[in-house]
Design a binder for this molecule. Structure first.
Ligand SMILES: [Zn+2]
Length: 71
């Protein structure tokens, strides 16, 4: 999954680098709120895990299948 949220200032998508696949995993990894910086306007955004969206990533799925076949 690709995790992303929206910049409070310019509404641009901000992708979040994380190994987490679910919201509870993300919360364990980064905490209930964490800071992300918008690449477009450089505003620092305090993000609550509930504000994080996820979209499927074909690249990640392909990697997952590749790893499964190796194990
Ligand atoms: Zn922004």
């Amino acid at each position: 999954m690709i995790l992303y949220t929206f910049c409070h200032s310019c509404k641009n998508d901000i992708s979040i680098r994380s190994m987490a696949n679910t919201r509870p995993e993300l919360e364990r990894e980064k905490g209930e709120t964490f800071e992300v910086r918008c690449k477009k306007c450089r505003t620092r955004n305090q993000v609550h895990v509930d504000q994080v969206k996820a979209k499927p990533s074909k690249v990640v799925i392909a990697l997952g299948v590749g790893l499964d076949s190796l194990l």
